[in-house]
Design a protein around this ligand. Structure first.
Ligand SMILES: *[C@@H]1O[C@H](CO)[C@@H](O)[C@H](O)[C@H]1NC(C)=O
Ligand SMILES: *[C@@H]1O[C@H](CO)[C@@H](O)[C@H](O)[C@H]1NC(C)=O
Ligand SMILES: *[C@@H]1O[C@H](CO)[C@@H](O)[C@H](O)[C@H]1NC(C)=O
Ligand SMILES: *[C@@H]1O[C@H](CO)[C@@H](O)[C@H](O)[C@H]1NC(C)=O
Ligand SMILES: *[C@@H]1O[C@H](CO)[C@@H](O)[C@H](O)[C@H]1NC(C)=O
Length: 773
């Protein structure tokens, strides 16, 4: 008889297509793989006692202490208790049965998800009385960045004029390959790396695609970690640019905050859960104030917050319980609904938006008509008119016509493409991927340039040496008409110019992952939008500054603002910081019109696109009221999801139980979502006054369509005896229908402060509708 693991081996071998997959399945089938054994809150103050308890537990399973010690990769002992170890499936099952174990999960891997943006957000250096100058540019706050490490020689990490390392810092600077303790300074106060999980899985660390390197040290071979860290807390660097584009003063949002670097992502951006948890565990002990994590998965979220695949959720829970704000990217799986990741309510989940930078590139046709596209192109070889062709007219023999129209790999005849500028149109695929594929097809076939027509022109990928210009369909169609009507069509492409303030912005970026939060519909995600398109920030040695786009770039923008708020209000909880950011967010663009969302039919952005709206740091500094929460609230939330008391009691040292299973909608979030509204439903919220002690607020409601909303009381009067007040909101469906999601808002105003939260409802007839749709 074939045991289950033998059968896996057979299936695994036939599935073995690429090296990584092969190694992964092999490791699993060979009887042992890395599991994370999560024990919840640590049961003892002394980390050594916690470690010993891990060894004892494993010894009972292995029957020998030596074997137990050999199997263990990490003991998590600071922020929470648990360990990562190589186990067979049988051993893992035996451990899962032990009463002190919350759960045992196989360690999964995740993916990683550019300085105009700070001025754009209103954080101008040198402006008196602004948030930035009030908190001395974030001096003394420590931002922990879990990512691909750091390029310490980048000018963005110079510590000129910075005081000593803050005394609360308890972390380390670990040396390794091409990195030693002298690489840390008063800016990079600590740097560590965690690779045991990825090595156990792949047999080594994968290499970065661009640099073809990796370093067993905190040094960044990828550039992603350096980019995100410098976006959050880069020092002032004058005259930074990418080949002259975006030229200006580069800096992070909190330019005097300190950085603690935790490298847990390797090569092309692969992050193993065992390594991620080790990074969280260290960061919690080291005394960071904020943890910034631009990591996630573009796969649909796995169920549960404490179960499968949820290392970030677990790490973040224990961080938030200790007052550390955790900010994560929401993913780049947009514009389709329900793909947002990192959806735990204790995490601040970030969507990406465009800024007002544009990179116009002139396309002058042979008939002297000039059209404008977008590109990042500053190379040579522009001069004069070049032959222009439509890709479908130079298809390789037998190529499928649609594949040549979109310039798929191998679809073009290189004899005909050589030296020409080729016009292509996106097909049904993701336009970003298609743009990359098309450019490499055209350049691979010897083309001189590509004009690529797609329905959004905001996501630029730098092809700095040959022009790859994006145009919208209207311009693409005009160029095609010119080609069809002309005997020898030609065009000239000019160098890109960097322009600011000439485009409507912000817009929610095409790629930004959208809600609803498929893990719990009634926890609104994402929470907030921040700049994440064409962001210029520092890179690794081979590219000192570069443009990049993604929610990965948006996340450190919010981390920096959280750091400034933490500096201004040291006693605010992570929930209070999140509330301040969400309730003061902007829902209109610079021209007073609604913020729109790219990627669908032209529409105003709604809370599934950007949560509370677009971040407004200066307003967040003084929100008036906050929707606060603590561990007890998160525990009640887990109870309402049906976690057992025994699982939850291990999450916190204080005894907790799940006597009252409330509804998820009751969690004191700065938003209210009722996804299954069948009959009149009342939820309550509590707001805490953080403005003037005596203050009276009045409510204003914009009801979601098809729903009546009433608020009781309509006025909240705060004074020194009433710092926190509770109000009730009743939602009444107008018609009995199976509805769709609709959106509104609830705003408290006192003449000075405007405290706005989104309302999201879906009217249903059958109770089960919410579950089956
Ligand atoms: C490590 O430190 C030594 C002496 O402090 C220095 O000479 C060397 O260049 C450093 N290496 C790196 C990679 O910074
Ligand atoms: C600023 O950068 C540009 C482009 O890289 C360069 O040409 C120029 O000399 C620099 N100016 C200064 C003052 O460094
Ligand atoms: C385009 O403009 C150039 C210079 O302005 C002129 O010499 C040329 O004749 C024009 N071509 C057409 C087709 O109008
Ligand atoms: C490419 O085009 C040339 C010239 O029309 C033709 O001779 C050749 O067969 C084509 N090759 C392919 C692979 O389509
Ligand atoms: C629900 O609320 C509406 C007011 O919006 C009220 O007219 C109606 O009677 C309520 N229905 C029930 C069953 O309480």
């Amino acid at each position: 008889m074939i045991s289950p693991s033998r059968r896996n081996l057979v299936a695994g071998l036939s599935l073995c297509v690429i090296l990584f997959l092969c190694l992964g399945i092999y490791a699993e089938a060979e009887s042992s793989r890395v599991y994370i054994v999560y024990l919840g809150e640590r049961q003892h103050e002394d980390p050594q006692v916690v470690v010993n308890s891990h060894h004892d537990l494993l010894t009972t399973i292995f029957g020998s202490k030596k074997a137990a010690l050999e199997s263990i990769l990490y003991s998590y002992k600071h922020g929470f208790s648990g360990f990562a170890a190589r186990l067979t499936e049988t051993q893992a099952r035996a451990i899962a049965e032990l009463p002190e174990v919350v759960h045992v999960i196989p360690s999964q891997t995740h993916k990683l998800h550019t300085t105009r943006s700070w001025d754009y957000l209103g954080l101008h250096p040198g402006t008196p009385d602004s948030l930035l100058s009030t908190v001395n540019y974030g001096d003394g706050v420590i931002i922990g960045v879990i990512d691909t490490g750091i390029w310490p020689e980048s000018q963005s990490f110079n510590d000129e004029g910075l005081g000593a390392v803050p005394s609360k810092w308890r972390g380390r600077c670990d040396g390794g390959e091409l990195f030693n303790t002298s690489n840390c300074n008063n800016k990079i106060v600590g740097a560590r790396f965690f690779a045991k999980g990825i090595i156990a899985k792949l047999g080594g660390v994968p290499l970065s695609l661009e640099s073809k390197r990796e370093y067993l040290s905190p040094r960044d071979a990828n550039g992603h970690g350096t980019h995100t860290a410098s976006t959050a807390a880069g020092s002032f660097v004058r005259n930074a640019s990418f080949g002259g584009l975006g030229l200006g003063l580069a800096r992070g949002g909190a330019p005097r905050a300190r950085l603690a670097i935790y490298k847990a992502c390797w090569g092309p951006g692969v992050c193993d859960a065992a390594d991620m948890l080790a990074a969280f565990d260290s960061a919690i002990r080291d005394g960071v104030d904020i943890i910034s994590v631009s990591v996630g998965t573009d796969q649909p979220p796995q169920p549960g917050y404490l179960d499968n695949q949820n290392d970030r959720s677990i790490g973040a829970f224990h961080a938030v319980a200790r007052g550390i704000t955790v900010v994560c990217s929401g993913g780049n799986a947009g514009p389709f609904p329900q793909k947002v990741t990192n959806g735990a309510p204790w995490i601040m989940t970030v969507a990406a938006s465009t800024i007002d930078r544009s990179l116009p590139t002139a396309i002058t046709l042979g008939n002297n008509r000039t059209l404008i596209g977008q590109s990042i192109y500053f190379g040579k070889g522009v001069g004069g008119q070049k032959s222009l062709v439509f890709s479908a007219d130079i298809a390789r023999d037998n190529a499928d016509p649609s594949s040549s129209t979109s310039c798929d790999a191998g679809s073009l005849n290189s004899t005909l493409a050589k030296g020409k500028i080729v016009l292509c149109f996106t097909g049904a695929n993701d336009p970003r991927e298609q743009y990359l594929i098309a450019a490499s097809t055209v350049f691979g076939a010897g083309g001189a340039g590509i004009i690529f027509a797609m329905h959004t022109i905001n996501i630029l990928i730098p092809f700095s040496l040959r022009p790859a210009v994006q145009v919208d369909y209207e311009i693409g169609t005009e160029i095609l008409a010119y080609i069809k009507a002309t005997r020898d069509p030609t065009t000239m492409i000019s160098l890109t110019h960097d322009t600011i303030g000439k485009v409507v912005s912000p817009k929610v970026a095409y790629f930004s992952s959208r809600g609803p939060n498929s893990l719990s519909l009634d926890v609104l995600k994402p929470d907030i939008a921040a700049p994440g398109v064409n962001i210029l920030a520092a890179g690794s040695g081979f590219k000192p500054f570069f443009f990049d786009s993604g929610t990965s770039m948006a996340c450190p923008h919010v981390s920096a603002v959280a750091a400034l708020l933490k500096s201004l209000h040291p006693h605010w909880s992570p929930a209070a910081i999140k509330s301040a950011i969400v309730t003061t967010a902007s829902v209109t663009n610079r021209f007073g019109g609604p913020i729109t969302a790219e990627g669908g039919p032209r529409k105003s952005a709604d809370p599934f696109d950007f949560g509370g709206g677009h971040i407004d740091p200066n307003r967040a500094a003084n929100p008036g009221l906050v929707y606060d929460m603590g561990v007890a609230d998160y525990v009640q939330f887990l109870c309402s999801l049906g976690y057992s008391s025994s699982a939850i009691s291990r999450l916190t040292v204080k005894a907790t139980s799940c006597e009252a299973r409330g509804s998820v909608s009751e969690l004191n979030l700065p938003s209210i979502t009722i996804s299954g509204l069948k009959k009149n439903t009342t939820v309550s919220r509590t707001v805490t006054n953080v403005g003037p002690v005596r203050s009276t607020y009045r409510v204003k409601v914009e009801a979601p369509s098809g729903v009546r909303v009433s608020v009781e009381p309509q006025t909240l009067s705060f004074n020194n005896k009433a710092e926190s007040l509770t109000f009730r909101v009743t939602f009444s469906p107008v018609h009995e229908i199976q509805g769709d999601f609709s959106f509104g808002s609830l705003t408290w105003m006192n003449g000075e402060h405007v405290v706005r939260i989104p309302l999201v409802t879906r009217v249903v007839i059958q109770d089960s509708y919410a579950d089956i749709s």
